[in-house]
Design a protein around this ligand. Structure first.
Ligand code: CDP
Length: 213
């Protein structure tokens, strides 16, 4: 069972994806961490994030054991990630790893921006998780504050709008809802309610697929 979860920044998709993976006993891949790590490594070498060849080389050298690095979670790295994520060359390198992950015999839960559209177009279930920009900024602000990062909520909102615009308008695999994805708006849902809503949508989608097959 492949469950593809896409959506804009801080929509709750990562948390929902993690809970869904635990619920079904499936491995989870946060593909945003791949782009964040490529940005981190590009900057660490003193290379230019806007240089496709340098960023693609960093993608080629990526050590996936470093994806849990807490330094990846900052707003600055998120911003840098969306710059390297524009390069088709970077996406091509990371595509291979993501497709291999999806080949896990039991299945996988994969979240990102282009999972339902490009990485796993044949996923069994596709969710597009969203929320209003203000609510997403509020959540990300609380999350960052919790981890000791000092940043204003207005700055977080500006960052989110900026990143969404870049992710939606880029040429290579832009952020968009796949035609066969179901929309989950979490603006008025807390994490438990969002998780339950996601499970209901998944069960409904699986039930329909069962009937059709
Ligand atoms: O956690 P948050 O939603 O803020 O961001 P993320 O999922 O960690 O992704 C960081 C950035 O990586 C995004 O703004 C995208 O530019 C890029 N990304 C992408 O292009 N494709 C993906 N499948 C996942 C992330």
């Amino acid at each position: 069972m492949i469950i593809a979860i896409d959506g804009p920044a801080a929509s709750g998709k990562g948390t929902v994806a993690k809970r869904i993976a635990a619920h079904y006993g499936l491995p989870h891949l946060d593909t945003g961490a791949l782009y964040r790590a490529v940005a981190r490594d590009t900057v660490a070498r003193g290379d230019d994030l806007a240089d496709p060849a340098a960023a693609a080389a960093a993608a080629g050298r990526l050590d996936v054991d470093t994806l849990g690095d807490p330094a990846l979670r900052t707003a600055g790295v998120g911003e840098a990630a969306s710059i390297v994520a524009r390069h088709g060359e970077v996406r091509a390198v990371l595509l291979e790893y993501q497709r291999r992950f999806a080949k896990n015999p039991a299945g996988a839960v994969i979240d990102g921006r282009d999972i339902g559209t490009v990485i796993c177009p044949d996923a069994d279930v596709k969710l597009f998780v969203t929320a209003s920009p203000e609510e997403r900024a509020r959540r990300r602000y609380l999350e960052l504050r919790e981890s000791g990062i000092r940043i204003g909520e207005g700055e977080v909102l500006a960052d989110i709008r900026n990143r969404d615009a870049r992710d939606r308008t880029r040429e290579a695999s832009p952020l968009r809802q796949a035609e066969d994805a179901v929309l989950l708006d979490t603006t008025n849902l807390d994490i438990d309610a969002a998780f339950r809503a996601a499970i209901d949508l998944i069960e409904a989608a699986m039930g329909q697929a069962g009937q059709a097959g």
